[in-house]
Design a binder for this molecule. Structure first.
Ligand code: M6R
Length: 608
């Protein structure tokens, strides 16, 4: 999704803005632009393609003097990725510049009205409407013009706005699209995500819907849409700025995969205390746990896949029924939710529009929502009734790895607490699970150390047309994630199937040499899964099996076997995902794909 960075302060703005935009590259974009006020006028530069082109065009920002500016990376929605459609957008007099994330839903109507009043449009974007509408309402008071625009436009927006007539301030505006404001001794910043400004400040203000911020070099004021001053408290971001950098790895994704042992250790350190599970931020009493009659897990993409694992674990160890839904579907299916049900929304970013909308819908119906979120202070984290954080640190690569692993950990911990509160999980089993959990970091480390073998295997599949992933029960959940990892970064068609379902149609796609990755970690299901492997082998498939150490039977049927260390049956996904992540990564690298920035994808999907 698009990225916004703005700066006003003692230093030259352009290099800071370009540096911030670089940190947001992971969000996905197809053009970039910057506008800086040089003391007399607003200067603007834009470039289609990679940010590097804009950096070269402006000599790293050096040729754009001025201490106040806004920049943008655009992910085209309205109009093709061209220079003219790139942000910032200007009014015709070139005295107002706007950058925008989100979608203005009534832009066609507004554009017609403005055109009838003589305004000339140069782009196909919805954003240009904002520049002209601001011009229309601007009568010398920028805040008044902005709030009038807020009353007129429908949709979602995070905006950065500068006015040539007010060169001592930047405005930041938010409705349903994330935007943060930061402050340091050097100046004030706006950004659509924390990593963009982490190098400069840790004092961050999360803007709420319908708020406006006025940033001066050494002063920050927040207003409501009615122009009333609002008091806001900053949040101190604890993330290490280095954690958002590549640190010598070829890709963020690789670095983040290798951070997984540390992430699991951090979760254990924070949440397992004296042989018990303490989730400090989750203000849920034993009684609250006991009362839960049903759980709905709602999420998108990999977070949804973590939820599918969560369903198996919660239902088995706490005996509470769980439904898992894609957030984009959940709110439209009018679910029947009783008063003791709990909705769990899982999201790495905490800003996914579909998940936020599902959560708002639940709140409107009076249902309590718990968030499992990685980004402290994000919209889902703030709006949820209960919160559990995942301790993955900043995740930059579009393809999630460490945040997904952290979500699995959060779900295991939640399930165990629930099982204990409901007196379904016996103390001895609970204790054993804690012990097994403590071994996970070193087991993940071991699996990562086999990277060379997997790379060699992956290289054989860079020209594959289609790859299938199958598994039963909890192994089906991991197949979904393994398949997504592969296809989102390598562009190879892939599907995940419940192993027993393949024969009901999809098996007709198996050709000579088609790779079928078969995950089989549940002892009671070994034989059933082996039958499904035999079925695909008989149709010419090459079978890769991922199974538990000791299950040497598998070697007789599979063509290639990857063993995972022995662990508790409910934790196997944490281990089985590692070779699948590595496989997807190395296939994509072998194909020469842009692993960290796969085509058409964005890290944080802030539109529905
Ligand atoms: O930030 P969220 O966890 O809410 O994001 C959900 C999905 O967009 C995300 O998991 C996506 O599927 C990733 N690209 C998967 O690698």
């Amino acid at each position: 999704m698009c990225g916004i960075v703005g700066y006003i302060g003692k230093s030259q703005a352009a290099p800071i803005i370009l540096d911030g935009l670089e940190k947001l590259e992971y969000r996905g974009y197809d053009s970039a632009g910057i506008a800086v006020y040089d003391g007399q006028q607003i200067n603007m530069k834009k470039s289609v393609g990679r940010l590097k082109a804009l950096v070269e065009l402006t000599h790293g920002g050096a040729m754009m003097p001025g201490n106040l500016g806004i920049g943008h990376t655009r992910w085209a929605t309205h109009g093709a990725p061209t220079d003219v459609n790139s942000h910032p957008h200007l009014n015709s007099k070139e005295t107002i510049a706007v950058v925008h994330n989100g979608i203005i839903e009534n832009y066609i109507k507004l554009r017609k009205k403005l055109e009838n009043k003589g305004y000339l449009f140069v782009s196909e974007t919805d954003t240009e409407v904002l520049a002209h509408l601001l011009d229309y309402y601007y009568k010398g008071n920028p805040l008044e013009a902005i709030t009038k625009v807020m009353h007129r436009v429908e949709g979602s927006y995070a905006l950065g706005v500068i006015f040539a007539e007010h060169p001592d301030r930047i405005f930041a505006v938010r409705k349903a699209s994330p935007l943060i404001v930061g402050k340091s001794d050097e100046g004030c910043f706006i950004a659509s995500d924390v990593p963009a400004i982490l190098k400069y400040t840790r004092n961050v203000y999360f803007m709420e819907n319908q708020e406006v911020a006025c940033l001066k070099a050494d002063e920050l004021t927040f207003y409501s849409v009615d122009e009333e001053v609002i008091q806001k408290e900053p949040v101190t971001i604890e993330w290490d700025a280095k954690a958002a950098e590549k640190g010598g790895y070829e890709h963020y994704m690789l670095k983040e995969m290798y951070e997984q042992p540390k992430v699991l250790e951090e979760t254990i350190r924070k949440c397992i205390i004296d042989d018990d599970i303490i989730i400090e931020e989750l203000k849920m009493s034993e009684e609250d746990f006991r009362k839960i009659s049903k759980i709905y897990i709602v999420a998108c993409g990999s977070s949804y896949h973590a939820g599918v694992t969560g369903k198996y674990v919660i239902e088995n160890i706490a005996r509470v029924p769980v439904e898992v839904d894609l957030a984009s579907e959940f709110r439209y299916r009018n679910p029947i939710i009783d008063e003791n049900a709990l909705v769990i929304v899982i999201s790495q970013s905490g800003e996914t529009a579909d998940s936020l909308a599902a959560m708002a819908d639940m709140h409107a119906k009076g249902v309590k929502v718990m968030g499992i979120v990685n980004v402290v202070g994000s919209s889902i984290a703030r709006d949820a009734d209960y919160i559990m954080y995942t301790w993955a640190g900043p995740e930059i690569a579009v393809a999630t790895t460490k945040a997904y692993s952290a979500q699995l950990m959060a779900l295991y911990l939640f399930a165990m607490k629930l099982g204990k509160a409901k007196s379904v999980l016996a103390q001895e089993e609970f204790r054993q699970m804690l012990e097994d959990m403590k071994l996970l970091p070193q087991q993940v480390e071991f699996l990562l150390s086999n990277q060379r073998k997997i790379q060699k295997f992956a290289n054989r599949y860079i020209a594959a047309k289609s790859i299938f992933f199958i598994g039963r029960g909890i192994d089906y959940a991991i197949s979904l994630e393994g398949s997504l990892k592969l296809k989102e970064i390598s562009y190879i068609h892939s599907e995940a199937y419940a192993a027993g379902e393949l024969k009901h149609g999809t098996i007709s796609l198996i050709e000579d040499g088609t790779l079928v990755a078969c995950v089989s970690t549940q002892e009671d299901l070994y034989q059933k899964t082996i039958s499904n492997m035999v079925e695909v082998k008989a149709r010419g498939a090459f079978v890769l099996a991922v199974t538990n150490e000791g299950n040497y039977e598998m070697q007789k049927e599979a063509d290639y076997v990857i063993y995972i260390p022995k662990t508790n049956r409910y934790f196997t996904n944490t281990l089985a995902i590692i070779p699948l992540q590595l496989f997807g990564y190395y296939v994509a690298v072998g194909k020469g794909c842009d692993v960290d920035k796969p085509r058409n994808l964005a890290k944080s999907v802030t539109v529905e």
